[in-house]
Write a protein that binds this ligand. Structure first.
Ligand code: ADP
Ligand code: MG
Length: 317
């Protein structure tokens, strides 16, 4: 049996399924992102994993030991599995240091002190140790929440949309820091988000959750290059349907723009994006509209372009 194992866990609320039988095996130290839109069952799944929600069926095991749900255990939850909620749950009238040390009241004093020092340093919070949560930025608050969860040395950290209250720059900075921190600690991490971009930055392994069901799992590269469904394909970029085909699609980045040879089209719109111009083109024969990336920023509205592609880049969906 693997280190962390979820087998056929399911949950309905008022007979409406929130999570269909879900299974997962993880090795110690694995990093995984679960991506799904709002309502896809992400929080329900994490709560069941942490022993904080009663599932209708299925079981969770950590290191061969069953994780009991609140119906089976008097004090729900485990020190070994810590769930971090998106709205931090910090003690407002305690300092950064106290927020972390309060987790360790039942531990030996010397140990508790050294653990708090270690975490403050690791998380870059030393200079903010005497501040109250209201005196911190969103990213700093998030790190205190992680410090609180890490205080008791959990084996598994479950992060529920940890970046939803941060802006893009803060998020990117925090992701870079967290990757280092989790690696240093050797913690097994499951990160849940609605934002594919954040997931791609944080982990190589992904599960796409759609309406309580796994739509696909694999590495970022596998999911982007070989999506099994239109839903998965469209999370990564818009897709263009080949004219006269039933289910062949190409990504905007995989369409080659030439001045001759290929499908004839006209540029109808052009948007300046960071790495390329995103063109809207109308195909001459079929009249359908495609999106294509003009990485050389060469074409303008009204231009005639010729479109071609490598057949290896086609996706059958
Ligand atoms: P996510 O975290 O992906 O947004 P959730 O796991 O929170 O999804 O919710 C999945 C579905 O279950 C949603 O349709 C939600 O409305 C429903 N749900 C979640 N918690 C409850 C609850 N306590 N009572 C009733 N319905 C719930
Ligand atoms: Mg949620």
């Amino acid at each position: 049996m693997s280190y962390f194992s979820i087998s056929n866990v399911s949950k309905s609320y008022d007979e409406i399924p929130a999570l269909l039988p879900f299974s997962l095996e993880m090795a110690q130290g694995d990093f995984l992102s679960i991506v799904g839109e709002s309502g896809s069952g992400k929080s329900t799944l994490l709560k069941i994993m942490a022993g904080l929600e009663v599932q209708d069926s299925g079981e969770v095991f950590l290191d061969g030991k069953p994780i009991l749900n609140p119906n089976q255990k008097i004090v729900s939850g485990y020190d070994e599995i810590r769930l971090i909620h998106q709205n931090f749950h910090l003690y407002p009238n305690s300092t950064v240091e106290e927020n972390i040390s309060r987790q360790l009241l039942h531990y030996e004093k010397e140990y508790a002190k050294s653990r708090v020092e270690y975490l403050l340093k690791l998380l870059g919070l030393n200079e903010f140790r005497d501040r109250f949560p209201r005196q911190l930025s969103g990213g700093q608050k998030q790190k205190v929440a992680i410090g609180k969860a890490m205080a008791v040395e959990p084996d598994i950290l479950l992060l529920d949309e940890p970046f939803s209250s941060l802006d893009t720059i803060q998020t990117h900075r925090l992701i870079t820091e967290l990757k280092e921190i989790f690696k240093a600690l050797g913690t097994t991490v499951i990160f849940v988000t609605h934002d594919l971009d954040d997931a791609l930055r944080l982990t190589d392994n992904l599960i796409i959750l759609q309406k309580g069901k796994i739509a696909q799992k694999g590495t970022s590269k596998q999911l982007c290059e070989k999506p099994k469904t239109k839903y998965v394909a469209q999370l990564f970029s818009p897709i263009n349907k080949l004219p006269d085909s039933k289910n062949s699609y190409i990504r905007p980045a995989d369409v080659k723009l030439r001045t001759k040879g290929g499908l004839i089209a006209h540029v109808t719109d052009s948007r300046f994006l960071v790495h390329y111009n995103s063109l809207q083109v109308q195909l001459k024969e079929s009249g359908i509209t495609w999106e294509v990336d003009d990485s050389q920023r060469k074409y303008e509205i009204g231009d005639r372009v010729y479109l071609s592609w490598d057949d290896a880049k086609l996706m059958t969906l």
